[in-house]
Unconditional design. Sequence first.
Length: 197
Amino acid sequence: MIKQSAHGIFIIPMRHDDSMQLNSIENLIIRPLNVDDENAFNLAVSEFKNNEPGWEFAFKYEQTLIFSDYVQMLERWALGRDLPDKFAPNTFLVGVIGKRIIGRVSIRHVLNDYLSSVGGHVGYGVIPSERRKGYGSKILNLALPVAASLGISRLLLTCDDDNPGSIKVIENNGGVFENLIQDTNSMKMKRRYWIEL
Ligand SMILES: CC(C)(COP(=O)(O)OP(=O)(O)OC[C@H]1O[C@@H](n2cnc3c(N)ncnc32)[C@H](O)[C@@H]1OP(=O)(O)O)[C@@H](O)C(=O)NCCC(=O)NCCS
């Protein structure tokens, strides 16, 4: 960084601090939500709510909930406990760079009737302001070994036929197209893909 002063030009060495990591995909990790994430999580939730209200970033989340209760509820869901009606046991992980939540991924451990036709094993989302930077593809990529560790050997991924970003995320991760079906709930056409783990 070069800074001009009244006395001439000084070269200011770059400091390796948090702000330099903000947009670096190498620093993107996925991990469980924890109690320190409340502000970052609310920012991500609000961004989705304001820009894409139809897509559920955080299942069963209300900002009026006690955040630690929500974190514990997610932990119970991962153990298959206290699941809402029609929910499969699932692991909910946030995609994080530093303290910022960039996106999330939800991995369903088993497929029920709906999931095996329409929903698939995995749902992912990236906050609207951070799209088209490779984060969606990397979040799914990081989720693959997690799914394998949950005992899943063939991962079903589905996406709307009119969602080019999601199609690419799946294909970037080696998804093999199986077929196109109609979602009888939304009446949308869904693409179904498989990834061998
Ligand atoms: C789908 C989604 C996760 C993609 O996230 P992302 O961070 O933009 O994904 P990436 O940056 O990895 O993009 C992957 C590819 O898709 C392309 N892409 C992304 N959005 C696109 C769009 N709206 N139109 C066309 N191409 C798009 C990117 O350019 C990139 O192309 P490349 O691989 O040739 O470079 C994001 O748009 C999203 O959260 N959408 C809402 C939720 C959703 O639909 N989730 C998926 C269903 S579960």
